[in-house]
Design a protein around this ligand. Structure first.
Ligand code: ZN
Length: 149
């Protein structure tokens, strides 16, 4: 195993054993469910929006290691940020996963770049992107549920 894939595994395991912001928000302004039927990943994302700032975020649910790590990293990355910055991160993450080789701004992605290897596994792309679709929907004001299908 290369050093990079070792690191990648470590990060995934770390987020799975200690997922960040894994809790419900009693004062959430929007909650949205994301479901990936291909893998069975199912999460509910809770956001507390004040004006255009994501002042708090939490998630609940279950799924594979990649989906859980991606959701955990998402919450860390966008908490306290503006919705427009969250959209920029969404775009960069989406491009990294679905269009490997295309240049993306690493400053936007931070440790999310560790998930770039997922792009080589088409069946896992939906696992990685699930929470991001939910985030986008939540910010755009939709409520209810979102599916990768
Ligand atoms: Zn999955």
């Amino acid at each position: 195993m290369s050093d990079l894939s070792y690191l990648y595994q470590e990060i995934l395991l770390e987020h799975n054993s200690k997922p960040r912001n894994y809790r419900t928000l009693t004062d959430a302004t929007v909650s949205i469910e994301g479901y990936n039927p291909l893998c069975g990943d199912k999460y509910t994302l809770h956001l507390k929006l004040e004006d255009d700032i994501i002042v708090d975020i939490g998630f609940e649910g279950s799924g594979c290691a990649i989906s859980k790590a991606s959701t955990s990293m998402l919450t860390e990355r966008v908490k306290g940020r503006t919705t427009s910055e969250a959209f920029s991160v969404y775009d960069a993450f989406h491009t990294m996963i679905t269009e490997p080789g295309k240049a993306v701004d690493g400053n936007l992605l931070e440790d999310l770049e560790l998930l770039s290897g997922v792009s080589a596994y088409p069946t896992r792309i939906k696992c990685a992107i699930l929470a991001w679709h939910a985030l986008k929907e939540a910010i755009e004001g939709a409520s209810g549920s979102v599916s990768t299908e």
